[in-house]
Design a protein around this ligand. Structure first.
Ligand code: ATP
Length: 271
């Protein structure tokens, strides 16, 4: 219930994966670029954060929050930008970006150069938990962002981020477990993992890895007064992941609709 406003926004954003809301004449359009370990996502919002269009591509150009393939990243951002421009019938010139918590200034610059290399001025660099919370709007609790290669943990008290950490675990590990178990290529395991019809069976196989993720989170929140956990990031799309976390942590765990889209939406919203 507490995520109903966030869920409403996410539902609107899901619609513009395929459909396009054309901007009104003179409507200011804001763009967010999310450079992830697994996906690059561009979100265009109009006034009052109205979703206009969204483009994304699977990419292995970032590892542990760092850009490892600059040219590859730049060309994907350029391609997605062009697609959005065609859909929206306008030129995009500015974007916000986000970096994982604790990213060094040098690495922030690389993120920025990728996006600038694609012809966009970077107007704001957010940190990922702030971006996610711009959508969730929570004041107290922990946000756990499980992406492809990294898991970010941030603790909020009275609306302020009081602790952040980043761990090298994520959905890629789950896919590797599946690839090993079924003796299939990684890409096939990725697709299998995302198939809603297979997720019950999959949870049975990857549960120990998810429990390990929960135990990592537990270590980080120890010593803080955390009464609620919120799951975001693509890996939290896994059906039942919140239950595994809840059982392991003994704290209520909530997840918004489509946790994959929370941070990209928050980046486009800006602070
Ligand atoms: P990181 O945060 O590590 O830099 P990222 O930003 O690319 O990576 P996300 O886009 O939040 O991370 O999530 C990507 C991960 O989510 C991948 O491992 C992908 O397989 C997984 N994922 C995406 N959709 C689903 C789904 N429906 N079910 C299960 N896992 C999913």
């Amino acid at each position: 219930k507490r995520l109903s406003a966030a869920n409403e926004r996410i539902r609107e954003l899901e619609k513009v994966l395929k459909e396009t809301n054309l901007p009104e004449k003179n409507e200011k359009v804001r763009l967010g670029v999310d450079l992830g370990t697994a996906y690059i996502v561009l979100v265009a919002l109009g006034e009052d954060d109205r979703p206009l269009a969204l483009e994304l591509e699977y990419a292995e150009v970032v590892r542990d929050g760092l850009v490892v393939d600059f040219m590859g990243a730049r060309s994907i951002v350029s391609r997605l930008k062009r697609k959005l421009e065609e859909r929206l019938d306008l030129e995009l010139t500015e974007a916000s970006i986000a970096v994982p918590p604790g990213t060094q200034p040098g690495d922030q610059k690389t993120h920025k150069y990728v996006v600038e290399g694609a012809g966009l001025d970077v107007t704001e660099i957010l940190d990922e938990p702030t971006a996610a919370n711009g959508v969730l709007g929570i004041t107290d609790g922990a946000i756990v962002d499980i992406g492809g290669g990294t898991t970010g943990i941030s603790i909020l008290q009275n609306g302020k981020v009081v602790y952040v950490a980043d761990e090298a675990t994520g959905g890629t590990h789950l896919s590797l477990v599946l690839a090993g178990h079924f003796r299939i290529p990684f890409g096939e395991a990725e697709n299998m993992k995302k198939d809603p019809k297979k997720q019950n069976e999959i949870m049975g196989l990857v549960r120990p890895v998810v429990e390990k993720m929960a135990s990592i989170v537990k270590k980080h929140i120890e010593g803080y007064d955390v009464h609620d956990i919120y799951l975001v990031g693509g890996t939290c799309c896994l059906v039942g992941i919140e239950k595994v976390f809840e059982d392991a942590l003994g704290i209520p765990v909530s997840k918004p609709k489509n946790p994959f889209l929370v941070t990209p939406l928050g980046i486009a919203k800006g602070s």
